[in-house]
Design a protein around this ligand. Sequence first.
Ligand SMILES: Nc1ncnc2c1ncn2[C@@H]1O[C@H](COP(=O)(O)OP(=O)(O)OP(=O)(O)O)[C@@H](O)[C@H]1O
Ligand SMILES: [Mg+2]
Length: 235
Amino acid sequence: MNQNNVIIQLENVVKDYRIGSGYFRALKDFSISFGHGEFAGFIGPSGSGKTTALNIIGSLDQPSSGTCLVLGENISTISHRQAANLRNHQIGFIFQTYNLLPVYTVYENVEFPLLLLGLSDTGRKKMITEALEMVGLTDKIDSRPAQLSGGQAQRVAIARAIVKKPALILADEPTANLDVKNSHNILELMVKLNRELGSTFVFSTHDPKVISYLQRIIRLEDGRIVSDQPQKQEL
Ligand SMILES: Nc1ncnc2c1ncn2[C@@H]1O[C@H](COP(=O)(O)OP(=O)(O)OP(=O)(O)O)[C@@H](O)[C@H]1O
Ligand SMILES: [Mg+2]
């Protein structure tokens, strides 16, 4: 990989979770880098460290030792404030359970990450409309999450993740609550966004449907990377 293109670099990362008087080592000597525009994913058994790795890359958590550089920031030494700034401006998150705010409309849910960026009302409106168009949900703009199907709710979550056109999108089991048809639609959409926005996507998944879309598959077992392979896509 061309070093200038690297936006995520983990070197010898170890993550220990404290449990009672001891600890549990969830990541062990974990080294990996990702380039701009990748469409990659962590796979592996439950408990192998996929979410832990994504949380560290997303600056939601810090390594116990080793270094993790993301978009020029050192996650190992970053302050809470700098981490929040990095997430607010550069990283979009998509979670298994959508995490939409139930009392707000679709429009307001997608607007949420923009409120932190100090944009004008008209600037925000343009971005929200564009994001909802990309995920095909302009007709649901005034609906609330309870009035949406699972696939629609996940598309709102995707719109929320992409609305600020972040350099990096992290998706933790994004199809876990979707049926086969919705999963494929969501994946086609993410491939399209990866191409159009040039954003890097890093997934965590068990889902064979997601795996079939990945351009790079990183397999974890027991907190370690056991394989890291490109996957050729048929166009
Ligand atoms: N806050 C925590 N405190 C203690 N142990 C934790 C904590 N978070 C995760 N772990 C442990 O670390 C290991 C890795 O967890 P992680 O959530 O990264 O797994 P995963 O690969 O995402 O699994 P799944 O496929 O089930 O989502 C697990 O054994 C888990 O029990
Ligand atoms: Mg997980």
